[in-house]
Each structure stands twice: as structure tokens, then as C-alpha cells.
Design a protein around this ligand. Structure first.
Ligand code: GLU
Length: 472
């Protein structure tokens, strides 16, 4: 084994980038970085339907978003499995010539028939000693030796497999094309991979693949199978049931740093009590030996809380910069002419304290730019179902119009005083004002927002709300 370790990430393109794949890629990347090794990207595109250039680009873009960049010296590739078909076939021929593989002419149905008769699942080795040569329709099968196969896995420890329960598996299909098990190993050998860190679902493949490494006279790699990701019901994440596409999280305004940090904690924890740690700490401390082997819960709530923390940790300038893509385009309710960057800058630190994902930004600040707030009818009717709430608007109109200093402390005091006269705590007293001004029950800190909007616009909105209520 060469002194500098070589890791790889070997996705089969699917048209979206699964969060589990992202976690696997990050584990490999963190190790390659810490150990001064290489991260090889290999696109396993042998399935024709998966051979779409935009899917490959999607993988490269998604990796780049989580900090695994092609222009980094640690990165090598991408290589395309489809370009190595000859090497796969050559390896298969070698195994045949060495007697470690043999041809078989049974069809799938015949194999099943025999299994039924034998009362034993799987292929029974029918052609092992029939000496068949290659011919169309004949599959090439690996001759599984007797004994047992011991896989040393850095996450799962020593895993023993009895060879008698492993059937003579197929290396080449009847049409001569290589199977995944073979192609994957031959590519790892060709690319001098020293560490195979991948999803747990591949563990059952590992004894078979280790046999291929051995049969080809190669020292098998270091294996590590990282735990599956499960949802709230402890079911394996599935794209049909769960939100799993990294692109979707990106587009919804999860920050890449939060995503990276959260994904790393799925099966691993930084030292001490803190989970929110910078990449430099991850790169310094991440060890496969510390990865847990029980299924890891992909907890959307926890991810959201990581994201909120990362949003709040930004400087205001960074936050303003990160906000820009979310302030234009089809998802914002204001016109470019209505948008006021100065007002947004002033509002940004307030919005920053409340945001969970960046895509929620427009609904937090839209009231600042629109002539009329967008009213959420449900919140409106709920808030104004009590007479006190309606009266609070009138109280606020009267109090705000007394020539008070227009700053958030004075505004808050006015509302507090008016509220307590009605026996209302501040939260209850300010709710109708918030709905009148912003149209919603949830928003940025209210009194700071009122200060920012200025006396005239606030008064207009309060009066418009009173009129709306009178008309209702
Ligand atoms: N192409 C395989 C997959 O996407 C990866 C196999 C491996 O990592 O060895 O599941």
C-alpha cells in the first residue's frame, strides 16, 4: 500500500444528490484532508440510463457546495466507470483462466427451479465442474472457496461471513457486460484505492468483493461501512417518503456550513459537549474508529436548529451578502422598484435573529417594501377575535400620535402601558399591532421594525387595519 492514502466516492448518478451520499463523501473528504491523501471521484455510470452528463454535473455541483471542490489538490477525477469496461472484462478473463471463475448456461428461471428442488436458496454451483467455455448467453460466475471470509471494518469491527452461504455470484452477464461487484473492485484496484468508506448497505457485498481482491492477487483495502440514515419512524430514508435531495436543502436556503457540520454528526460526534464546530476541527478530529454503527437519525428539526445557529453566527455583512439571492426572483412579493436595499440593511440584523432557513427571509421582511402588508387571514381573524385586540389598535394609534420620540424603547413602553391598562401582558398587547403592520403573527422584533418603518407608514397601517376591521 502506498504511503499516501487514497479514498474514493463512487456515486451512481440518480438525478439528485442523496444526503446519505453527501455524508459519505464528507467522511472520505475529511479523512483524505487530515491524512494528506487523495479523494477520488468515480462516477459509476455503467447503467446506460444513468449516463446523463447533466447528472454528473449535478454531482460535481453538489460536492462543490459542501466544500469538496474539483480545483482542490486533494481532489482527483472524475473518472467514469463506463470508460473502464475493458479492464473489467480483462480481470474477469484472468479469473476464468486462473480457474477462479467459470461459465454457466443456466437461465435465471432454471437457477430458481433448481433452488426450489434443492430446497436451498440461490445458485447451487451446477456448472462448477462442467468446463464450459465463454459463449453468448453464458454468465461468468466466481468460484467461492470454502471456509470463511473475515472482513476487518473500521466502523463495525471484525465481521465474519461463512462462505457456504455465499453463492457463486455473477461477474459477467450473459451479454458479456460486467456486474457492479466486479467493476467496482477492478476500478478500486486500477485507481489504487487504499480505503473504501461507504454506506452500510454495501456490507453484504464486501466478502464477495474481498474475495475478488484476493483472487486478483491484491491486498484488499481498509473497509469502513458507515451507518444508514433513518427517519423519525426509524425507517431507512427513502426518496419517496422523505426529503433527501441535497439540492432541495440548498435551494431552501440551508447554509452549506450548517449542512456540512450536521451531516458529519450523523454517526459521529466531535469531542466534548459541542456539536457545532468549524470544518477545521472536523478535519483535525474525525476518525472512522469513532463512528457509531447504529442507524443515524436524520433529524430535520436538529438540522434547522444548526442552520439557525449558523445564520446567527454570521456577521451582519456576511448575512446581508448571503441574503442577496433570496431577495430577488420569482419568490419575492415585491417589485425591484419597491425593494430598498438601505431599509433591508437596517432590518437585516433583526431578521437574522429570527431566521431558520434563508428562503423564509422574504416573508419576514416583505411588509417593509410593500404598500400594503400581505395579510394572513387565519392569523388576522384569530388575533382580532377579542375586543381587546381591536381596542389595542386604537390605543396604539392614540399613543403613537402624541409626538413621542420615535424609537423602539418608547414605542414598546407605550404598548406596555396601554396593554397593562387592559390587563394584557406585552406579548398579547403587541400581537394585534404586529398583525396590522406585517400581516402575520410571526416576524422580526416588532418595536425595532416600527422604528425603522417610521411614524407615517406605521400610522397608515394601523388606521387601515382599523378600517378593515370596521368593514368586516
Ligand atoms: N455506486 C455505488 C453506490 O452508489 C457505490 C459503491 C461503493 O461505494 O463501493 O451505491
Amino acid at each position: 500500500m502506498s504511503s499516501s492514502p487514497r479514498f474514493r466516492f463512487a456515486p451512481s448518478p440518480t438525478g439528485f444528490f442523496h444526503v446519505g451520499g453527501a455524508r459519505t463523501a464528507l467522511y472520505n473528504w475529511a479523512l483524505a484532508k487530515r491524512l494528506g491523501g487523495t479523494f477520488v471521484l468515480r462516477i459509476e455510470d455503467t447503467d446506460e440510463a444513468r449516463n446523463q452528463p447533466e447528472w454528473t454535473q449535478g454531482i460535481i455541483d453538489a460536492l462543490s457546495w459542501i466544500g469538496i471542490r474539483q480545483d482542490d489538490p486533494t481532489f482527483e477525477g472524475p473518472y467514469f466507470q463506463s470508460e473502464y469496461a475493458q479492464a473489467h472484462i480483462d480481470a474477469a478473463n484472468r479469473l476464468f483462466e486462473q480457474g477462479q471463475a467459470y461459465y454457466c448456461d443456466l437461465t435465471g428461471e432454471q437457477v430458481q427451479e433448481r433452488a426450489k428442488i434443492n430446497g436451498k436458496q440461490g445458485y447451487d454451483g451446477y456448472s462448477r465442474d462442467r468446463g464450459l467455455e465463454a459463449a453468448p448467453g453464458r454468465v461468468l460466475r466466481f468460484r467461492v472457496p470454502e471456509g470463511q471470509t473475515i472482513v476487518h471494518d473500521l466502523v463495525r469491527g471484525r465481521v465474519e461471513f461463512a462462505n457456504e452461504v455465499i453463492e457463486d455470484f455473477v461477474l459477467l452477464r450473459g451479454n458479456g457486460s460486467p456486474m457492479f461487484l466486479l467493476a467496482n473492485v477492478v476500478d478500486d484496484i486500477t485507481m489504487r484505492i487504499s480505503h473504501v468508506v461507504r454506506a452500510e448497505e454495501h456490507l453484504p457485498n464486501t466478502p464477495k468483493q474481498q474475495m475478488i481482491w484476493d483472487a486478483l492477487g491484491q491486498q484488499p483495502p481498509v473497509w469502513a461501512h458507515v451507518p444508514v440514515l433513518v427517519n423519525e419512524q426509524r425507517k431507512k430514508l427513502s426518496k419517496r417518503r422523505d426529503k433527501v435531495a441535497l439540492e432541495q436543502f440548498r435551494d431552501e436556503g440551508f447554509l452549506s456550513e450548517a449542512m456540512i457540520n450536521y451531516l458529519m454528526t450523523l454517526g459521529w460526534a466531535p469531542a466534548g459537549d459541542v456539536e457545532i464546530v468549524p470544518w477545521s476541527t472536523i478535519e483535525r478530529d474525525f476518525r472512522l474508529e469513532d463512528v457509531n454503527h447504529s442507524p443515524a437519525f436524520f433529524d430535520l428539526k436538529k438540522l434547522a436548529s444548526f442552520n439557525g445557529e449558523y445564520i446567527r453566527a454570521m456577521s451582519v455583512d456576511e448575512f446581508i451578502q448571503a441574503s442577496q439571492p433570496f431577495l430577488t426572483g420569482d419568490n419575492v412579493p415585491w417589485t425591484p422598484a419597491q425593494f430598498d436595499q438601505q431599509k433591508f440593511r437596517a432590518m437585516a440584523p433583526l431578521a437574522q435573529t429570527r431566521l431558520v432557513v434563508m428562503s423564509e427571509l422574504p416573508e419576514l421582511v416583505d411588509f417593509l417594501f410593500l404598500d400594503e402588508p400581505i395579510i394572513d387571514e387565519q392569523s388576522w381573524s384569530k388575533t382580532f377575535s377579542s375586543a381587546d385586540a381591536v381596542e389595542m389598535l386604537n390605543d396604539a394609534i392614540a399613543a403613537f400620535d402624541t409626538g413621542l420620540t420615535w424609537d423602539h424603547d418608547s414605542l414598546k413602553l407605550c404598548v406596555e402601558v396601554a396593554g397593562s391598562a387592559r390587563g394584557l401582558k406585552l406579548g398579547k398587547a403587541q400581537a394585534p399591532i404586529r398583525v396590522a403592520i406585517t400581516g402575520r403573527t410571526i416576524g422580526p422584533p416588532l418595536f425595532e421594525a416600527l422604528e425603522l418603518m417610521g411614524h407615517d407608514q406605521v400610522m397608515r397601517r394601523l388606521r387601515a387595519a382599523v378600517e378593515r376591521l370596521a368593514g368586516a
